[in-house]
Design a protein around this ligand. Sequence first.
Ligand SMILES: NC(=O)c1ccc[n+]([C@@H]2O[C@H](COP(=O)([O-])OP(=O)(O)OC[C@H]3O[C@@H](n4cnc5c(N)ncnc54)[C@H](OP(=O)(O)O)[C@@H]3O)[C@@H](O)[C@H]2O)c1
Length: 330
Amino acid sequence: MRAVQIVDLSGPSSALAQVDIPEPEPSHMLTPGSGVLIDVRAAGVAFPEVLQTRGEYQMKPPLPFVPGTEVAGVVRSAPDGSELSEGDRVAAACLLGGFAEVAVAPDFLTFPLSDGLDFAQGGGLIMNYHTAYFSLKMRGRLAEGETVLVHGGAGGIGTATIQVAKGLGARTIAVVSSDEKEQVARDAGADEVVRSDGPWKDEAKELSGGGVDVLIDPVGGDRFTDSLRSLAEGGRLVVVGFTGGSIPEVRVNRLLLNNTAVVGAGWGAYVMGKPEVNREIGAEVNRLVEDGFVRPIVGGRFPLEQASDALELIDGRGATGKVVLDVQVT
Ligand SMILES: NC(=O)c1ccc[n+]([C@@H]2O[C@H](COP(=O)([O-])OP(=O)(O)OC[C@H]3O[C@@H](n4cnc5c(N)ncnc54)[C@H](OP(=O)(O)O)[C@@H]3O)[C@@H](O)[C@H]2O)c1
């Protein structure tokens, strides 16, 4: 089968190679001896793959390896006892191996793909939307009628957070860095958009009538203290990622003074061993798809052979929505 491997750790422009390798067996590292084999139509691309080309991601498989955290495609075979069968359209988190014509995923991380979404959208569904639901609801305890602020509002996590928050009955404020990204956040459904190079903290406080209830932060870096200051009393800042580069530190007296909380949200680490939680999140996300709230925004689309262009787009902060590789084109 055709696949793309990471062959060295020289970065996104040079670390990838196109290869012809044997198809995987229906066995996944999380469920040895068992797995769903998927004919891959689209593979999602995200920050972890960029980090993997530099050896900077927590998961460091021996070289060479096929990256690719998530895919959408058609089931070729499913293990005994699975609710899936051959021919089903699915979205799946395979963790590795997605940049290939055939991938294998654990049954508990493979979900039916709604007819309302195409394969490219399906390639952007799991990591961002499951993380968004997990961060907002399970970690941020979001309640209907509350206000959510999200940094990187035009990115993969950002656009997903806007849509899931809307579906959960919240009001949304997106923080973005450019006109183009402002439009993407609005297209995703943001109620308000403010600029990261402007007085976003004061604007957010004003727009929310005193402070936001939940702040989803995939960026971190030096805006963190202003993020804490933009919370309402009882507000929750949910730490999701660090695209801004540096990992912020909290002066905990700020939390005491304003009765606020900083909460970590590591979706992958939490759900990997919890099939029932995965099913719950998958069902909720699919309900939001059916209700019309969730429509992944595909901002960049490349053939498999141009995977390095896709990674460079993300690395250069040029990506909006979800970046996707078209793999098997029918
Ligand atoms: N915790 C979890 O379970 C989990 C799950 C999935 C992903 N993540 C993490 O979440 C983060 C965001 O992922 P994503 O897929 O949303 O990425 P993305 O689509 O590339 O979006 C990230 C956003 O970060 C902003 N940003 C600010 N400073 C930046 C910089 N120096 N370089 C690049 N971007 C910068 C950009 O928005 P502006 O230009 O508008 O500022 C960009 O749109 C990543 O760190 C990823 O690893 C965490």
